[in-house]
Design a protein around this ligand. Sequence first.
Ligand code: ZN
Ligand code: ZN
Length: 330
Amino acid sequence: MPKPKLRDATDALVRMTKTTICGTDLHILKGDLPTVAVGRILGHEGIGVIEEVGTGVSRFHKGDHVLISCITACGKCEYCRRGIPSHCEQGGWILGKTIDGTQAEFVRIPFADTSLYSIPNDADKDAMVMLSDILPTGYECGVLNGAVKPGDTVAIIGAGPVGLAALLTTQFFAPANLIVIDLDDNRLEVAKKFDATAVINSTDGKAVGKVMAMTSGKGVDVAIEAVGMAETFGLCQEIIGAGGHIANIGVHGASVTLHLEKLWSQNITITTRLVDAVTTPLLLKTVMAGRLQPKQLITHHFTLGDIINAYDTFGNAGREHALKVILTND
Ligand SMILES: [Zn+2]
Ligand SMILES: [Zn+2]
């Protein structure tokens, strides 16, 4: 692809150094997001070095090492001012969707001052890539929306990269029990390494009974849905206890059944959210302090030129035991 050019004064041109592939990119390739034009450069995660800035960019300069947020924020519109830049009138999730993204040698970043972060000199670069999307997504949509409290019993449905990011960040709040449910034993093994207190392979359809047995029949305080299917959202409704929170992260492509006939009297809160990436500064500090080690989520490395193989590996995550793949542009 030709090298992109600055278009607006608030743009920055970034030379990518590392990027990754998101499950959302696979949805786009399958045609689940028909608004994405054919020929679009995908990718909304990564880090790089500033190549050039527009005249309206004041916080970044040529040569700066930057983290690219998956959410582009103008910083001025009503939604940005309300703290939900995922709905920014001129931004939001646009990278690799309505404008060319990060899976290339260069990317044009609109509203650079409010959409990029400086990377500390001593940062682990691979770990930084996890801050573009999956850590803020797991934390904001799962943990914060789920209102996890000390002593809670939390169930995470789906042990893909985002579910595991929720598993890592939910531990900020010292829950008593962390139950992870998935269909893949390998991913459940990873969840155990990330301090899940119990794992359940739901292939046999007996997950509800097992969770109820673990919780003395009461159900869980927080159910984090990190899959995006009717069955997994249904599972959340069956295991949620009185006063509980169901925090949806999953990208749903089809309708789900809401069992209000069972839940109306149970003081349940159901939340949805598109990641706003407003917790990125906080998460960056916890990573730099060694309190959060997202590098554990990375299983494979490729060069950017080997991206087809990287997609093949990530697209067959079960077979390949893949979580996040890092693509390096040397
Ligand atoms: Zn993503
Ligand atoms: Zn805005």
